[in-house]
Design a protein around this ligand. Structure first.
Ligand code: HEC
Length: 168
């Protein structure tokens, strides 16, 4: 093949490649959609944190309804308002008052200073232990946690604190 023919074919080839490049570029623009990208970016820029969090949040969410016993396990010691928490009265009312309000089954009445004097003298740790683990004394049987074993140790201690405070 002569040099001239070679140069002619070579020019055709270059020309074809240039045309091809332009076609590919145009197709790429159409497929990738320059406009769509810009719109998506604009949309993302407009999204605030709440919207982003909304998009990123997990598909499922577990809802746990708080019952008294789940609250007790969520707040194991509830150290607000006093050594063992402000839950003393509410725990006492719901789990201990049945026996200790009226002195049922030999239970020392809350507020009965004479009945509590010797008990309080044992010290808080002994009282906590008896309230949490249960206790059989001369008067009768104190069931563990007043029979409500779903109570945390912390709230039972708070109830003991409440009883002691009101029986001195
Ligand atoms: C079913 C009745 C009953 C319930 C409910 C009950 N108690 Fe008692 N508790 C007793 C009896 C009876 C005694 C006395 C036992 C004895 O000394 O013979 C007692 C004694 C105690 C004492 C004194 C222990 C000692 O060493 O002298 C504490 C403290 C106490 N209870 C805390 C609690 C707390 C806190 C609750 C609630 C979480 C509770 N009790 C619920 C019956 C009950």
């Amino acid at each position: 093949m002569s040099d001239r023919t070679f140069i002619r074919y070579f020019s055709y080839m270059i020309g074809t490649m240039v045309v091809l490049a332009v076609v590919v570029f145009v197709i790429a623009q159409v497929v990738a959609g320059k406009g769509t990208n810009a719109a998506a970016v604009a949309k993302m820029k407009k999204m605030n944190n709440t919207a982003i969090a909304e998009r990123m949040k997990p598909v499922g969410r577990l809802l746990v309804r708080a019952t008294k016993s789940t609250m007790n396990s969520i707040i194991p010691t509830a150290n607000a308002g006093g050594e063992h928490g402000a839950h003393g009265k509410s725990t006492y009312d719901s789990a201990c008052g049945a026996c200790h309000n009226a002195g049922l089954a030999g239970a020392p009445k809350t507020g009965d200073k004479a009945a509590w004097k010797a008990r309080i003298a044992q010290g808080n740790e002994v009282l906590y232990g008896h309230a949490i683990k249960g206790y059989t004394g001369k008067k009768g049987f104190m069931p563990p946690k007043g029979g409500n074993t779903s109570l945390s140790d912390g709230v039972v201690k708070a109830a003991v604190d409440y009883m002691v405070k009101n029986s001195k």
